[in-house]
Design a protein around this ligand. Structure first.
Ligand SMILES: NC(=O)c1ccc[n+]([C@@H]2O[C@H](COP(=O)([O-])OP(=O)(O)OC[C@H]3O[C@@H](n4cnc5c(N)ncnc54)[C@H](OP(=O)(O)O)[C@@H]3O)[C@@H](O)[C@H]2O)c1
Length: 274
């Protein structure tokens, strides 16, 4: 049983989940099935990952009941706009073979296109229609969040952003806390770039855990939901096994010093790819 975080709409989300970016479509159903068997209850997908069919198949064919699995998908940039988003969401549900998803996200704000408010209004409607339980955003910076909330009055339950030891996002996470938004960390392992950092290696040695487990535990202790990806069964199991130890305040302080503000992924203020 993994920990859960409360969402501002009354639902809750598992604190750890399985990410599906770059999981080849042919092995996605099997990867999801293995994850569910090992104890994952949150499966993070997206239209643009090209593997929603496998995501849905893994969920539908599992012995774990649907209402115990938290399914996320995302609206890709080329579908932004009110009616296009409504259609994209229906197409996503059809690919997943599901009646609803637990969480629907706007994948990127694409601020230059100026469509994320219309897109958000479509998500509000999809939630009212029962096609998704909760609605949130991804890669939104403070100005995007403030505009969204200011114009619609509806606060996203979650913002899925890049967070790892080299990009700790303390300011944006503090804003999330103030607004009642859960932070969810993508590329949480930071491409392994901090595995050898003394702060990580020392904590790993002290706790008898791997560098990846120390980093995932750090995400949990900063209060984030975290969605590591692995296509190896051993990796999936390792990443889930982080609830039987804790980092000390000194170890948390040491890891805080690794922040360099450097991204693995694109800058949301400029990313407009269709
Ligand atoms: N919203 C967005 O814009 C956005 C952007 C990027 C990602 N995401 C989401 O976030 C999820 C996670 O991010 P990510 O896939 O970029 O990266 P990640 O989970 O940080 O890292 C995945 C990589 O680390 C390896 N790995 C996994 N567990 C490991 C372990 N215990 N020890 C050593 N290596 C390990 C994996 O290889 P193996 O498979 O060989 O284990 C894979 O190469 C994505 O899958 C996606 O769902 C969202």
């Amino acid at each position: 049983m993994t920990a859960r975080l409360r969402l501002n709409d009354g639902h809750s989300i598992p604190q750890i989940g399985l990410g599906l970016w770059q999981v080849p479509a042919v092995i996605t159903a099997q990867t999801v099935a293995t994850g569910l068997r090992l104890g994952y209850r949150l499966i993070d997908g997206a239209a643009v990952y090209g593997n929603e069919e496998g995501q849905g198949q893994g969920v539908r064919c599992s012995e774990v009941p649907r209402d115990q699995i938290f399914v996320t998908t995302k609206i890709w940039n080329d579908a932004q706009g009110h009616d296009t988003t409504l259609r994209a969401a229906e197409a996503g549900l059809a690919r997943l073979g599901l009646d609803y998803v637990d969480l629907l996200l706007i994948h990127w704000p694409c601020p230059a296109r100026g469509l994320y408010i219309d897109t958000w209004r479509a998500l509000i409607r999809l939630r009212e229609d029962g096609r998704c339980r909760s609605i949130g955003v991804s890669n939104f910076n403070a100005p995007h969040l403030e505009r969204l909330i200011g114009e619609t009055g509806v606060v996203p339950v979650l913002n899925q952003i890049e967070v790892n030891p080299r990009l700790q996002q303390a300011e944006l996470r503090a804003l999330h806390d103030q607004l009642g938004i859960v932070t969810q960390s993508w590329t949480p392992l930071g491409q392994g770039k901090s595995f050898d950092a003394p702060a990580i290696a020392k904590a790993a040695q002290r706790s008898g855990k791997t560098p990846a487990q120390v980093i995932l535990r750090w995400h949990v202790q900063i209060g984030a939901s975290v969605i590591p990806r692995s296509t190896r069964e051993a990796g999936l199991a390792e990443n889930l096994d982080i609830f039987d130890f804790a980092l000390t305040p000194e170890e948390m302080a040491d890891i805080a010093t690794l922040d360099e503000g450097t991204r693995c992924g694109p800058d949301p203020a400029r990313f407009e790819m269709l």
